[in-house]
Structures are given as structure tokens and as C-alpha cells.
Design a protein around this ligand. Structure first.
Ligand code: ATP
Ligand code: MG
Ligand code: MG
Ligand code: MG
Length: 464
């Protein structure tokens, strides 16, 4: 008999049929006569219950069925009364494909998130992380579907690059250690070759600059790939390696950009509600009681659109009325997550798109406003997280862009190719970057960004 995935099996009602399931033992309980084994194969949050009449099986084999062991089970589909599912399996043959050592750390339930991070290589086997990583998959599919349906081209930008797009000095440098051509210093120690590319190369912090090249050729593009930032701070919202989605669209202005961002996030959230129901329900019950209500709330609310200046005014008023923030707030400051969350969670009670930030706190490529002080930036702010998207209309005027590059001391020699977009048929365009893991924080209700990516990279953590 060929294997049936548990997700499919639990939907069937052809009781009496012979089936085969394979999976890992989650729990085993019962009496001296009958045991009940919960088996999970990762295809769903739900386990299938195996009913095992001990008298029918070899005693030595039965001893190997411990939590974490891998089984292949033949049996009959029977209607279930007590397992929480419609179906259970009356086992007729059991093969232990893999025994599980008694050092297996997931034998007991209820481990802390901190502990599970220390065993990140095993945590996908828990209910919580199984749910999170299935949702992560669904969100990736939703993102591609959204842009594909809108006619955007999925464009691959390089991971190794020479330009610091954000100018924030958070780049990881790339060096080589070529084992076939070892370089040694005078003491015989192996040295690293910094000159492989003939210039200082780094891991990309954003695909935007290359994305702009693509948009000014193909019209509408998006990138979706890994991004690297040497974040010094240890926050629940920053990773050293994260995934970013960056649409860039020729002829769009800041309003189109906001419309696209709002439509895009809502599409993803709706996709989760439509396709991840059981996993969301589990996370809602076990991790974050307000999760599903919050997701539905976003679908029903129109995002607030507000200039930075007015946002700061609201925050200053809050301080005047006695609200305490950890960090000071005044016009010109880059808002902290607590400020962003105050606007969203306390003041407006819905997502906020803040626009027209002071130019000093934003990157060189943003379109300058007439006031000489602000740029056409937009940050999308979400409950529980703060900034989830950063974007802008781009400065399309060659001379204005050059002035900004000089004022901000952006290294010119690495920028020549980018400037060609403004020299050869420049056009208005706009785009944004959505942090994939920030979206996942919102959609899963998880509290720490380390818990929505399989292998989190943070300071002092590249173990797995
Ligand atoms: P923050 O203010 O939170 O540090 P940022 O303004 O530096 O973010 P941008 O350069 O605007 O980030 O990048 C676009 C998006 O990428 C952000 O809105 C956020 O969703 C995501 N992002 C940025 N840095 C990180 C990080 N270190 N880990 C995970 N996601 C990130
Ligand atoms: Mg940052
Ligand atoms: Mg920011
Ligand atoms: Mg930003």
C-alpha cells in the first residue's frame, strides 16, 4: 500500500480501508492491553491516532516506539470517538524506521522559546514551529502570486555587491580563503584575500538599486531574496540575515506606492486566513490569543495615511499628557518602535502609513519635497511590530540626486552605474521593501523575529 499523508487521511471517511502512514511519534499512552500513539508527519498540525493492540505485536519492537521515533504503519481506517479527529488507524503492521535516542530533547511538552532556539535544528518538529514554517511557506507563495498576477517580473539582484544601498554602514564584508591557492603571511598563517573582486565587496543590504535598474527597463519588478545587515542591536525585530520583498515600479508616485503596499499586505493576510486556518487557530489558542481577530481587523481597516510631522505632533502631545517613552521624540528624530506602536496601537488603532520624513534620516535616493526639508518616504507601521515596510518615491532628477549624493558623502565611484538610470531616459518611479520576517511576526503572532525563520542569524549566533 502506498503512503497516505496525514493531512489527506484525516479528511477521508472510507472506514475499513487499508492505509499506510509514515511519521514521527509525538506521544504514546494507554494500558497494558491497548496503546494510543499520536503520529505526525508534518503535513498538518494534526496527529493521527494509532490504536495498537499490544498482544498482536512483538514485544521488542514495541519497546522501540518512543517519543520521536519514526514509524511506518499499516492499518485500517476506523471511525474515532475520542481522538479529536474523525479517523484513527487500527494498526496491523508496524515498522520502526528510526529509533529515537533517550537524549531527545522534545520528549516533554512546554519548552520555552529560548530553549527551543538552542535546538533550532529540532524545533520544526514542535507544533508551534511546524505551524510557523508552513505559514512561512504559504506567505512566500502568496507574495509570488500577488506580483505575478499583477504582471510584475520577479527579478534576481546580486547577493554580493559593492554598494551600500542604505548608507547605514551595516554591511558584512566578503573575503576569500581559497584552499587551492593558500596565501600565507610571513609566519606561515593562512591569510584572507580581500581582493578577489578587485574592490571591497559585501553582502547586500537591499536589492533596491539594482531593482531600480530593472524597473526602468521592465516597468514593474519585484525581488524576493536574502538580505544581510550587521545589526549591532539585539532586538526582537532585527536579524543579521532576513528576507526582503522589494517591488519597484516605473511611473508610480508615492500615492501609487502606498496603494500597492496596502493592497499587497492585505492580500497576504487574506491568503493566510484562507489557506492556513488550522495552523492559525493553533497559534491563536497557544501563542497569541488575539491573533485571528487582529488579522481580520487589518482586512477591515483602511490604513491611516499621515505626514511624519503630524505623527510627531501626536507623540509630543502624548508626552505632554504624561505618556512615558523610553526614547525622546521630536521633529527630526528617527522614530523608535515604541513611538510607531503608540501611533498604531493606542492612537489610531489601525495600521498607519507615515509619509514625508525629514531628509536627514532617510537614504539619498528619495525624492525631495518642495519644502527642502522632507522627502517622499513612506513607512508602513503595524501593531506589535512598528515598521514593517520602508519605501519611497525615488529622486528621478539627475542633478538633485547628485547634490544629495554629495551632501551625504555617498561614495560616488561605486554609484556610476546607478546614475545611468537618471541619465538615460529617467522616469518617475517608486518602490518599497517589506521585511518578510516582520510580516511573519504579524501573521503568526510570534513575539520574536528569531522564531519565524528556520535558522536565525543574530550576533554570536550562527550555530545551525
Ligand atoms: P528598522 O528601522 O526597523 O531598523 P530600517 O528602516 O532600517 O528598519 P529599511 O532599510 O527601511 O529598514 O528596510 C526595509 C524593511 O526591511 C524594513 O521596513 C523592515 O521590515 C525590514 N528590515 C530592516 N532591517 C531588518 C532586520 N535587521 N531584520 C529583519 N527585517 C529588517
Ligand atoms: Mg535599521
Ligand atoms: Mg526604520
Ligand atoms: Mg526603513
Amino acid at each position: 500500500i502506498s503512503r497516505t499523508k496525514i493531512v489527506d487521511l484525516l479528511k477521508r471517511d472510507d472506514f475499513g480501508a487499508k492505509v499506510n502512514v509514515k511519521g514521527w511519534v509525538r506521544t504514546r499512552r494507554g494500558s497494558k492491553q491497548v496503546n494510543f500513539i499520536a503520529l505526525n508527519d508534518g503535513s498538518t498540525i494534526n496527529n493521527v491516532q494509532l490504536v495498537v493492540d499490544l498482544a498482536n505485536f512483538d514485544e521488542e519492537m514495541l519497546k522501540l516506539i518512543t517519543t520521536g521515533a519514526c514509524l511506518s504503519v499499516n492499518g485500517l481506517m476506523v471511525e474515532s470517538v475520542g481522538s479529536g479527529q474523525n479517523v484513527e488507524i487500527q494498526a496491523t503492521e508496524i515498522e520502526v524506521l528510526g529509533t529515537c535516542d533517550n537524549t531527545y530533547p522534545l520528549q516533554k511538552k512546554g519548552h520555552s522559546m529560548e530553549f527551543l532556539r538552542e535546538i533550532a535544528h529540532l524545533r520544526p518538529r514542535t507544533n508551534t514551529f511546524g505551524a510557523v514554517f508552513r505559514i512561512r511557506h504559504h506567505m512566500a507563495i502568496a507574495i509570488h502570486k500577488f506580483f505575478h498576477e499583477k504582471g510584475f517580473v520577479y527579478f534576481h539582484t546580486p547577493i554580493i555587491t559593492a554598494s551600500d544601498c542604505e548608507g547605514a554602514g551595516q554591511m558584512f564584508q566578503v573575503t576569500t580563503k581559497n584552499l587551492y591557492d593558500l596565501k600565507k603571511d610571513e609566519n606561515g598563517a593562512i591569510t584572507y584575500d580581500d581582493d578577489f573582486f578587485g574592490k571591497q565587496a559585501s553582502l547586500t543590504v537591499s536589492g533596491q538599486l539594482e531593482g531600480e535598474l530593472a524597473a526602468t527597463a521592465l516597468g514593474a519588478i519585484y525581488t524576493f531574496g536574502p538580505t544581510f545587515r550587521a545589526e549591532n542591536s539585539n532586538t526582537p525585530r532585527h536579524l543579521a540575515e532576513f528576507w526582503m520583498i522589494e517591488p519597484e515600479v516605473a511611473f508610480n508616485d508615492i500615492i501609487d506606492n502606498m496603494d500597492l503596499a496596502e493592497e499587497f499586505i492585505k492580500y497576504c493576510v487574506q491568503w493566510a486566513l484562507d489557506n492556513c486556518g488550522e495552523d492559525l487557530k493553533f497559534l491563536n489558542d497557544m501563542v497569541d490569543k488575539g491573533l485571528i481577530e487582529r488579522l481580520q481587523g487589518v482586512m477591515q481597516s483602511e490604513f491611516v495615511r499621515l505626514p511624519y510631522t503630524e505623527g510627531v505632533q501626536i507623540l509630543e502631545d502624548a508626552v505632554a499628557k504624561g505618556h512615558k517613552f523610553e526614547f525622546p521624540v521630536y521633529w527630526g528624530v528617527d522614530l523608535a518602535s515604541e513611538h510607531e506602536r503608540y501611533l498604531v496601537e493606542v492612537h489610531f488603532k489601525r495600521p498607519v502609513i507615515l509619509t514625508d520624513y525629514p531628509k536627514e534620516i532617510k537614504a539619498f535616493y528619495m525624492k525631495q519635497n518642495e519644502d527642502g526639508k522632507t522627502v517622499r518616504a513612506m513607512d508602513v507601521l503595524f501593531p506589535k511590530i512598528g515598521e514593517i515596510i520602508g519605501g519611497s518615491e525615488r529622486e528621478s532628477d539627475y542633478n538633485k540626486l547628485m547634490t544629495r549624493i554629495q551632501e551625504m558623502h555617498v561614495p560616488m565611484k561605486d554609484m556610476w552605474w546607478y546614475l545611468d538610470t537618471r541619465k538615460y531616459g529617467t522616469c518617475p518611479h517608486a518602490g518599497f521593501g517589506l521585511g518578510f520576517e516582520r510580516l511573519l511576526l504579524f501573521v503568526t503572532g510570534m513575539a520574536n523575529i528569531r522564531d519565524v525563520i528556520p535558522f536565525p542569524r543574530t550576533p554570536h549566533n550562527a550555530e545551525f
